[in-house]
Design a protein around this ligand. Structure first.
Ligand SMILES: [Ca+2]
Length: 532
């Protein structure tokens, strides 16, 4: 979902003339990261490694998969902004590195869902690495919220001019005016838009009056052949659910108009202080969102494209206008990319991601693309039944509207997603059925058909092995795919088995394999792999 104005503003950003960073320049480039909340624009190849606010934001800050930063959900007990996080993960987040390099740093807006709560140290806790800290206490709100303003409580009411949170982030413009021009700056701006409660600015509350959620793809389709939670929603959805999700869709767009305004003012300010050509700007979100797909009214937390794909727009020195990257880029890569821009020796950084500066700006860096990656999520359900949906029983969560539940204690899964060679997704659930879902996204981009029972078992085993490796990876082993099981290309396997089905003799198949795999045969026992 995107408002037309968000798209046009961001494309305008990308199209601005860029200048190459020259080796003689002493001053490093400035960097800005704009992170919206729950925006599901499907542009480019950006993915979140986990489709929920706090785990995703923790991944962005640390450059780590959830199995390494250990933030499972949005609660303190799920490690969101917990004292353990503050002690063991936060001191190694990427802004700390930037601040040590004398970057002047500014944070504004939503941070982690439990930030500022009593059990998380209250507003007095200011994470290391930030010179200016203006973070929201708790989850996204537009009015009647509390900020930690450099460790001091700052309460806000419901006056649009004084309190509307997205607009309040314009205090970053003062930071730009008052900064020292002799050192670079880093800013992270995190508006609440388009997260619930979807409160638009007064002058935008009548816009998009005829907009509805798109009726294409998997909208209002049954979750046939999918894990148990997806088999629960009524299909077709009742009219009340459709009206609810259309209203949410429209109001989400309205809230994004204030993000457009924020971006516009930021660009104008950068231009006026003559820093625009030396500033990288990243625009992204923490995870995607769905409105009606597979008859799920509204939420995130699912493994499908609509929840794991997120927008990514970047402009900056060395990046050609109108360039579109096809290679998979992850939210755990943002930190490494930003540190790469800042000139940090990445071999000294303990993160799971990898810099995508080589893909964006090949004139500045060499580097290889990631062939596949992990998406992981830990389900969360309430131990008691939802009072408004008593017949559902305990163990479920997010059951609205019309008692459709979007999460459960065993909505726990891990997926391998390949993109470049074979456009495949393979997911395993830790539920009572040990459910497996497999999608061929080339022939089935909306993930309507789970093909687990149709594909060759050898392919499933290869993907299972990749998944096991990725689920326990850390640092370099999350990036180094030079092992035989990693190297085997599922697309190649599909081709090999198609030849077998078509009656090609073993010798003919072996010859094709040798040609295709010639560069790997010296290190891989290909026949062992294929006999699996
Ligand atoms: Ca979010």
């Amino acid at each position: 979902m995107a408002s037309a104005r968000v798209v046009s503003t961001c494309l305008f950003v990308a199209l601005l003339t860029c200048t190459l960073r020259c080796s003689q320049c002493v001053k490093l480039s400035n960097i800005i990261l704009i992170l919206t909340d729950d925006q599901d624009v499907e542009m480019g190849g950006m993915f979140t490694v986990t489709p929920l606010c706090c785990p995703s934001r923790s991944s962005i800050l640390t450059g780590k998969y959830p199995h390494n930063h250990l933030v499972r959900n949005n609660s303190i007990s799920g490690n969101c902004s917990s004292t353990t996080w503050q002690k063991e993960a936060e001191p190694f987040a990427f802004p700390v590195y930037l601040n040590k390099l004398r970057y002047q740093t500014f944070y504004g807006g939503k941070y982690l869902n439990q930030y500022g709560s009593k059990d998380a140290g209250g507003v007095g806790h200011v994470p290391p690495g930030w010179d200016q800290w203006h973070a929201l206490v708790g989850n996204s709100k537009y009015y009647n919220y509390t900020l930690s303003a450099n460790g001091k409580e700052e309460k806000h009411g419901d006056n649009y001019e004084k309190d509307y949170l997205t607009d309040l982030l314009n205090r970053s413009l003062h930071f730009l005016e008052e900064r020292s021009p002799s050192h670079p700056f880093f800013m992270m701006l995190c508006p609440p838009s388009p997260h619930s409660p979807w409160t638009a600015a007064p002058h935008y509350q009548q816009t998009f009056s005829d907009v509805k959620a798109p009726r294409n793809g998997s909208f209002n389709m049954p979750g046939k052949g999918k894990h148990w939670l997806l088999r629960q929603p009524a299909n077709p959805m009742p009219n009340s659910s459709v009206e609810y999700l259309d209203n949410a869709y429209r109001r989400r767009w309205q809230t994004l108009l204030s993000v457009d305004d924020m971006v516009e003012q930021l660009i104008k300010k950068l231009d006026s202080i003559k820093e625009l050509s030396n500033t990288y700007i990243f625009y992204t979100s923490d995870h995607g969102y769905h409105t009606g797909q597979f008859s799920l009214p509204i939420d995130k937390r699912q493994l499908y494209e609509f929840d794991i794909r997120i927008p990514l727009l970047v402009r900056g020195p060395g990046i050609k206008p109108k360039l579109t990257l096809q290679s998979p880029v992850l939210n755990i890569d943002l930190s490494m990319t930003i540190l790469d821009i800042a000139g940090v020796n990445l071999s000294t950084v303990n993160m799971d991601g990898q810099s995508f500066l080589p893909q964006m700006a090949p004139s500045l860096r060499n580097g290889t693309e990631r062939p596949f990656f992990l998406v992981e999520y830990t389900g969360e359900g309430h131990s008691s039944e939802d009072p408004s949906c008593p017949k559902l029983g305990p163990g479920l969560a997010e059951c609205f509207p019309d008692c459709v539940c979007e999460d459960a204690f065993n909505n726990t899964y891990a997926c391998v997603r390949t993109l470049k060679d074979a456009n495949l997704q393979y997911c395993e659930f830790a539920d009572n059925e040990s459910f497996v879902e497999v999608y061929n996204l080339t022939s089935d981009p909306h993930q309507l058909e789970n093909i687990v029972k149709k594909v060759d078992p050898a392919l499933l085993q290869i993907m299972n092995q990749r998944l096991i490796k990725l689920e326990s990876c850390t640092g370099d082993s999350c990036r180094n795919f030079m092992s035989c099981r990693y190297l085997l290309n599922p697309d190649f396997l599909l081709f090999y088995h198609a030849m077998k089905v078509d009656g090609f003799a073993f010798g003919a198949r072996k010859k094709v394999v040798q040609v295709l795999m010639s560069k790997y045969l010296h290190k891989c026992n290909i026949w062992y792999e294929l006999s699996l």
